[in-house]
Design a binder for this molecule. Structure first.
Ligand code: NAI
Ligand code: MG
Length: 395
């Protein structure tokens, strides 16, 4: 098999702490690759006025495979104030580089597995029928449409006249006709049939590969008749290609209630952008939270894998680093799945499962400690020690 080239983008803050740990694990499972470092994030913005430099985009376009840590984002006013003085006032606008990357390479399929590891003290539990508690096994993967829906960025406060005129052509806009422009904010929710088809197909394919009996489309078509309606209609259409797999349908509000009651009933959930974002965070909270939440942003050409967490600036300067590297390491395992190295990915997940089950090595989040310089003296494993324990299981 040809040697892969992986573009590594640690980014800001703890991205720089967790990404190198994932590379140690990839090496330990014998994944041979060339790693090319690429800059992304706040430092690039401050010093170059661009959080996603052209070189990084070129490397991704060429090599098609990326591992990303996390970036820091700040509101525009702070962004302007932190720019290097000679770059100020030149009209640069701060855009989130990860959102830009998703749009630029059309990384439209976002896959977010939320899989509980037995023995994780952060796992969801509930009262059982008797006096005790039970811990249902959660194995849910959310497929979130990553480029459309509520996150297209097509929004206005005080919409221009032609937009207002277009809105006025809809009978339901009568209610808002008299609202003064500056008091009116509008976002556009866009769904296209082709992108809907791609995300739903990804969900069905995954269910088939894992042998799951069905998938759930989670929208709100009774209210959002056109956009959620198109998602659901497309799902029904794609379902015809997967006769052995059922299609269930839930509404986003009810789904959030059910995940607190019977999360183990959902293995694959597919949703548009905002709903998928909410669902994946909600499910991640049942299996350990940000220290365990991995994701893949997968396009037809390019794919980038990243933990769901951000740059956690308050922990970025701690020595030794204390954050949990598992989310990043699981993201690297997803990358291996994506390029057909599933056996190596499975061995990584097995090693993580063994460390969690044994319970001897736990980062501060797993011990429910306050993060900070004292965590290690309070018994928490450092970032590096957690990786060491995983590597030990791989030997
Ligand atoms: P965050 O995810 O960076 O951190 C929130 C809290 O979660 C941390 O303070 C920490 O207590 C915990 N945490 C996060 N990662 C952890 C890990 N690996 N192990 C243990 N605990 C962990 O989110 P926050 O504080 O809202 O944002 C910080 C910065 O990150 C902001 O500038 C934000 O814009 C950015 N961000 C970037 C993302 C990305 O790069 N994809 C995603 C989310 C936020
Ligand atoms: Mg989120």
């Amino acid at each position: 098999m040809a040697k892969h080239t992986v573009v590594t983008m640690p980014g800001d803050g703890i991205g720089n702490q967790v990404l190198p740990e994932a590379l140690r694990v990839l090496k330990a499972v014998g994944f041979e690759a060339d790693y090319l470092h690429a800059d992304i994030g706040w430092e690039c913005w401050r010093t170059q006025g661009n959080a996603l430099p052209e070189r990084t985009l070129d490397l991704l376009a060429k090599h098609k495979l990326g591992l990303f840590g996390a970036i820091t984002s700040k509101p525009n006013r702070e962004a302007q104030a932190e720019l290097k003085p000679e770059l100020r006032g030149k009209g640069q606008v701060y855009y989130s580089p990860i959102v830009t990357m998703r749009q630029r390479f059309n990384l439209d399929v976002c896959m977010r597995p939320c899989v509980g590891f037995a023995g994780n003290p952060l796992n969801y539990i509930r009262k059982s029928g008797g006096a005790g508690f039970e811990e249902p096994p959660i194995d849910t993967t959310v497929f979130r449409q990553n480029t459309e829906g509520m996150y297209t960025g097509i929004e206005w406060t005080n919409p221009p006249e032609n937009v207002r005129a277009a809105l006025s052509s809809h009978s339901k806009f009568k209610t808002f006709a008299e609202v003064p422009g500056p008091d009116l904010a509008v976002s556009v929710r866009i769904i296209t049939r082709s992108a809907a088809r791609r995300i739903v197909t990804a969900a069905f394919r995954y269910a088939k590969k894992r042998g799951f009996p069905g998938i759930t489309i989670c929208e709100k078509p009774n209210v959002l008749r056109e956009t959620s309606g198109m998602m659901e209609e497309t799902a029904k259409d794609v379902a015809k290609d997967y006769p052995g797999i059922s299609l269930w349908s839930t509404n986003i509000d009810a789904q959030l209630m059910w995940l607190n009651k019977n999360p183990e009933d959902y293995n694959v959930i597919v949703a548009s952008n905002l709903f998928g974002d909410i669902l994946s965070d909600a499910f991640a909270g049942l299996v350990g939270g940000l220290g365990f939440a991995a994701s893949g942003n997968i396009g037809e050409q390019v794919a980038v894998f990243e933990p769901t967490h951000g740059s956690a600036p308050k922990y970025a300067a701690l020595d030794p680093p204390i954050v949990n590297p598992i989310a990043m390491i699981l993201s690297a395992a997803m990358m291996l799945d994506h390029i057909g190295e599933g056996a190596k990915a499975d061995s990584i997940r097995k090693a993580i499962a063994a460390v969690v089950r044994e319970g001897k090595v736990r980062t501060y989040d797993m011990l429910r400690l306050a993060g900070g310089p004292k965590a290690v003296s309070q018994g928490a494993a450092s970032t590096h020690q957690m990786t060491d324990a995983i590597l030990e299981k791989l030997r």
